[in-house]
Design a protein around this ligand. Structure first.
Ligand code: UD1
Length: 367
């Protein structure tokens, strides 16, 4: 613990979907005199397109330390972060560790901290897909089970944690920090020239993202999925910013055949937000994109059998369409032919989640 009344928070980010979540939290902490922050980038994502660009666009200060773990198997990545975090935690002596999301870096940093007696605040706690074949589900369950503060985005998160026997006084429904970033950047994103540069018209295209092992790892499934997507592309241009994991899978598993969709490299935050905001629909297997389209009011088809974010289906514009290629094509055609599904923005997804979270930390750490 720091000697003065100032509380020291060590924040961790590692992979692309972490950066837009940690940004508003760091800003809120740095705006308050009672806190000092130290940011560790684990280096799970490391190139400009997947990492560096987001720090610049989102105005996140340079990390104080970069562990440089890079890609690898789940075990080696998790072990590398765990081993590299320990000396930093011992040296920095934070009053709390702040982690977001469900990536390998989230779990590894959490484990290193709790073993040193450092309390962990987990932002985006309680989400469950109930699919233990998903690496993220394991990360979620384990991180939540040892965290001191659990900040949840939707009521299902509270129910899941209660079922797992987590003390309810540790659970706080605080809203969605990813939406804090969206709210703060929406106007800037809409002013981007992304559409003109790509020769697209608002409402005249759909956006596709794919990276989950369940969609891209099996060659036969990937081929069938791409046939259905290409049929959709015949009716509306599909803009496909391609994740490095998917690019590698497509090259290896489609036998050298180039997909006909509009392939783009991974996009920056503002370009991607601009693309989503004006799309006729979004097809995705991402978690965060289900939430962002709900707030943007853009129809979203989720190409998975489950979602850990049920509120996006219950209240938002998201539909869970599974992995069957024919069903995916039919559901996409329904959106093109029919009225767009309407939704509403869930409670507390209002741009102020980081403020609520830091209020709780400030109160509890002063005790
Ligand atoms: C990770 C997260 C996933 C998240 C996704 C978002 C876990 C378990 N998974 O999965 O939850 O939705 O990030 O992107 O933590 N690569 C690059 N450049 C980079 C990073 C990776 O080219 O900056 C390549 C690597 O060669 C690697 C592949 O992308 O093989 C996949 O990266 P990896 O971090 O292993 O997992 P993701 O599938 O991205």
């Amino acid at each position: 613990m720091s000697g003065s009344g100032t509380k020291r928070i060590l924040a961790v980010a590692g992979a692309r979907p972490n950066f837009m979540k940690i940004g508003p939290l760091l800003r809120e902490l740095r705006d308050r005199p009672g806190f000092e922050t130290y940011l560790v980038h684990t280096g799970q994502h490391y190139d400009q397109a997947m990492s560096g660009g987001f720090f610049e666009e989102l105005g996140i200060a340079e990390p104080d330390a970069n562990l440089g773990v890079g890609s690898g198997t789940h075990a080696s990545m998790t072990a590398d972060v765990l081993r590299a975090m320990e000396p930093i935690l011992i040296e920095q002596k934070p009053d709390a560790l702040l982690v977001v999301g469900d990536v390998n870096s989230t779990l590894a940093a959490t484990l290193a901290a709790v073993k040193l007696g450092i309390p962990v605040a987990h932002v985006e706690a309680g989400l469950r897909s109930f699919d233990r074949g998903m690496p993220e589900e394991i990360n979620r369950i384990l991180t939540d089970s040892v965290s001191h503060w659990l900040f949840v985005t939707e009521p299902a998160g509270e129910e899941n944690l209660a079922r797992e026997g987590i003390d309810p006084t540790r659970v706080h429904r605080s809203g969605n920090v990813m939406i804090d970033t969206l709210t703060a950047n929406a106007e800037k994103a809409r002013a981007q020239d992304t559409l003109a540069r790509l020769g697209l018209e608002a409402g005249g295209y759909a956006v596709l993202t794919l990276h989950r092992p369940s969609n891209v790892d099996d060659p036969a499934h990937l081929r069938a999925l791409f046939e259905a997507l290409e049929e959709i592309h015949q009716r509306i241009p599909l803009v496909f910013p391609i994740h490095p994991r998917t690019a590698a899978a497509v090259e290896e598993r489609l036998g050298g055949r180039k997909p006909s969709m509009m392939l783009l490299p991974p996009q920056g935050y503002l370009d991607f937000l601009c693309l989503m905001a004006s799309a006729r629909m979004v097809l995705t297997d991402s978690g965060g994109i289900q939430e962002e389209t709900t707030v943007l009011g853009v129809p979203c088809l989720t190409l998975r059998d489950n979602t850990e974010r049920p509120i996006t289906v219950e209240q938002g514009t998201n539909r869970l369409v599974g992995r069957d290629p024919e069903t995916i094509r039919n559901e996409a055609f329904k959106i093109l032919d029919g009225p767009a599904p309407e939704g509403r923005v869930p409670d507390l997804w209002d741009g102020s989640a980081a403020r609520r979270i830091v209020d709780v930390l400030e109160r509890d750490l002063a005790r």
